[in-house]
Design a binder for this molecule. Structure first.
Ligand code: SF4
Ligand code: SF4
Length: 465
């Protein structure tokens, strides 16, 4: 029995795939033969092995492969994010948390709320718990970070879980004492680097009219941490409309700072990006073109012998090859609720940190809800993204590899009630990206070379695309 969906990649190629994540790219004439039942024995063998033809013999194996591909939804939430404060020195044009003026401390989280969040989070049965301090600018409420991390460590003495601390900071308020504390307490420090100075400072404006020197600060502290502690502060990149003509400048900036990767992802449609989309946003096609040009440029860098990769592209490809199911923003359903929960200074619970500026997305409060009852109440609600109930997705061969962003989808729906999973930004971007990746994996030697060299150099296994 045939067990695949089919979607045209271009005039010559068709992708066939099944929900358990196996696939094959066929020439159109081969596909026509399958439709007429004129399929040769070696193709029958291959399609049966891949479960694209279902038999009595392979159906249990295929069912198991489907369960294993999606078993992440059974894992308990492991990432808990404190909205440490909404204060910030910056007024970034895409800020998801709608930061407020740095002098207004009303949004600072106090220890009473943080303690309740920590107690709530430790009730997750996950053996690994990530506590992340986000803002606004979390360094503006550093006292809370110290108190909360001390309480977490003490509480964990009895529980013995693996604890990971993360902080996302713009580094504006970093000093040697704070850095000392963060490094000594094994925090992973993430910051923003949107490209060279003229892009970074345009995206990441200061609240005041002072000359924006954030780019200099980011570079200063990244290099200081490296020299003093051999410690790497990891940058995150946001692509806005201001970045679209500068793929080379942005990639060169990452190469210049000795990073071996970049993460080229679309902006989340939330907070200030939602409000300013006309100015800072782009169409899926514009983002896709930026990404495609970036990949061509990254190919040239790798051809010169330097390993440099785009994390998002690599993850999508590993997902296609059945080697990746963890990365929360490239799954369907995504990591909102399943992997992470975020909290504001009143103890309100959001399914993802990107949702923290939107009160309509609150799903509970730590003073009223336990981890267990929240999980029971919302599990099925968030699960429904796994198998969409619209015909277009159900017939789309990209479905097993497709992803979307819970927060962005909700906000798109808020702006336009006609927006839905089959006609929104992510659907269009998925189609463009996956068509490009599958057809190039099939017939572009340079692209195959690039991917296989990443996989080989990063020792992720064999490339059998
Ligand atoms: S959202 Fe779009 S790309 Fe994804 S499965 Fe549905 S129709 Fe296909
Ligand atoms: S809602 Fe968006 S940002 Fe949050 S986990 Fe999902 S994809 Fe990632």
């Amino acid at each position: 029995m045939i067990n695949f969906l089919s979607t045209e990649l271009n005039d010559e190629l068709i992708l066939i795939s099944s929900l358990h994540g196996r696939w094959k790219v066929l020439e159109k004439k081969e596909f026509e033969k399958i439709k007429k039942n004129e399929i040769n024995s070696s193709l029958i063998k291959e399609l049966t092995e891949k479960g694209l033809i279902l038999t009595e013999k392979n159906k249990i194996r295929i069912l198991n492969e489907f369960s294993s591909k999606n078993d992440f939804i059974l894992n308990h939430t492991s990432s808990f994010i404190f909205g440490t404060t909404n204060r910030c020195s910056h007024n970034c044009i895409y800020c998801c948390s709608m930061s407020t003026n740095e002098k207004n401390d009303e949004t600072d989280m106090d220890f009473k709320v943080a303690k309740k969040i920590i107690d709530f989070s430790f009730n997750s049965p996950s053996r690994k718990i990530i506590f992340e301090f986000q803002g606004g600018e979390p360094l503006l409420n550093f006292k809370l970070i110290k108190e909360a991390s001390k309480y977490i460590k003490n509480k964990n003495k009895k529980l013995g879980k693996k604890i990971i601390f993360n902080i996302a900071t713009n580094l504006e308020y970093m000093d040697e004492d704070k850095l000392d504390f963060l490094v000594n307490n094994k925090f992973n420090i993430g910051t923003s680097l949107d490209g060279p100075e003229f892009i970074h400072n345009k995206n990441r404006k200061l609240n005041s009219n002072n000359w924006n020197k954030n780019y200099e600060k980011v570079r200063y502290w990244m290099s200081f941490a490296k020299k003093k502690y051999n410690y790497e502060i990891n940058p995150t990149l946001v692509i806005t409309s201001k970045s679209l003509n500068h793929h080379k400048d942005i990639i060169d900036e990452y190469v210049k700072n000795e990073f071996s990767s970049i993460h080229i992802k679309p902006m989340i449609y939330c907070g200030r990006a939602y409000e300013n989309w006309e100015e800072v946003g782009y169409t899926p096609k514009e983002f896709f073109n930026f990404w495609k040009k970036s990949i061509d440029y990254i190919y040239k860098i790798n051809k010169k012998g330097k390993l440099f990769f785009d994390t998002r592209t690599l993850i999508i490809i590993l997902k296609i090859l059945g080697k990746e199911k963890k990365f929360m923003c490239l799954k369907k359903p995504c990591g909102a609720f399943f992997t992470q929960l975020s909290f504001d200074n009143k103890g309100n619970i959001y399914p993802c940190d990107s949702a923290r500026s939107e009160t309509s997305l609150i799903i509970g409060n730590v003073f009223k809800d336990s981890y267990k009852n929240l999980r029971e109440k919302y599990f099925k609600v968030f699960l429904k993204d796994l198998l969409p109930n619209n015909i277009e997705c159900q017939n789309c061969a990209f479905l097993p590899f497709c992803h979307s962003c819970y927060t962005s989808n909700k906000m798109m729906l808020k702006k336009n009630s006609d927006s839905n999973e089959k006609n929104n930004f992510y659907c269009e971007l998925n189609k463009l990206t996956l068509k490009y990746i599958f057809s190039n994996l099939h017939s572009n030697r340079e692209f195959r070379w690039l991917i296989s060299s990443w996989i080989k150099k990063l020792k992720i296994g064999n490339f059998n695309g």
